[in-house]
Ligand binder design. Structure first.
Ligand code: CMP
Length: 226
């Protein structure tokens, strides 16, 4: 898929005419990262907006005691870097490549100009941001749960939305993040993740093969953990 074709599938740009997409594309540059590279850092001043054209990134912050907390995993077609451009504050979090990934970059000036020129983009951006707040609310709620199984269940539901594909009620998450990353999303330890995944497998909620995790009955799983 060419970068221009990809831009036409990015949710916040859907509905733009091809000439507008071409104009947008002409203002974008591209960068590639290998796994675990820092794309942007918390507390730096930001001047760029990013669209992921290949691979995935994780959005993280460091807790007081130095642990990595994963706020989100974003994949192809998702954007990041908008917050500091909108409020003029420093970057709210780190963005780190999760695998070999490519991003398309728009400078602040062009990003703000496009938002003004195409209110549709601004509305789609707000819709996406509302979705992110909802996910963060769920994450905060799940942190309050003392039950480790429940926390891991909520985290797997989140990963299903971010990375999964559904077919006949079965959700497949290919390239499941490392157990340490799942622990950093759920606010628990790697050992607890390992124990809980085994337990969920024994209860026939999930199955695992190589790096793929399947939720065997998504509706049942949702009802059990939401
Ligand atoms: P910005 O603050 O410029 O830089 C860090 C980026 O991480 C931020 O913009 C958002 O794009 C992204 N980000 C921060 N918090 C979250 C979150 N809870 N969910 C998804 N993305 C986030």
């Amino acid at each position: 898929m060419s970068d221009l074709e990809l831009l036409s599938t990015v949710p916040i740009f859907i509905g733009l005419r091809s000439t507008d997409l071409e104009e947008l594309h002409s203002h974008m540059s591209k960068r590639a990262y290998s796994k675990d590279q820092i794309i942007l850092m918390e507390d730096e001043f930001g001047d760029t907006f990013f669209i992921i054209s290949k691979g995935s990134i994780k959005v993280t912050r460091l807790s007081e005691d130095g642990r990595e907390v994963i706020l989100a995993i974003l994949g192809q077609g998702d954007f990041f870097g908008e917050m500091s451009l909108l409020d003029g504050e420093t970057r709210s979090a780190n963005a780190i490549s999760n695998d070999n990934c490519e991003v398309m970059i728009l400078k602040r000036h062009d990003f703000l100009r496009f938002l003004e020129k195409f209110p549709k983009i601004a509305i789609s951006l707000l819709t996406e941001l509302a979705g992110r707040i909802r996910k963060s609310d769920q994450q905060i709620e799940s942190f309050a749960l003392s039950d480790a199984e429940q926390r891991i269940g909520v985290t797997l539901l989140r990963l299903s939305e971010e990375l999964g594909t559904i077919h006949k009620g079965v959700v497949r998450i290919k390239k499941l993040p490392y157990q340490q990353d799942i622990a950093n999303m759920a606010g628990t330890s790697r050992e607890t993740v390992s124990r809980m995944l085994k337990l969920l497998e024994e209860k026939d909620f999930i199955s695992r093969r190589a790096h793929t995790l399947s939720i065997l009955d998504y509706t049942k799983f949702r009802n059990a953990f939401m």
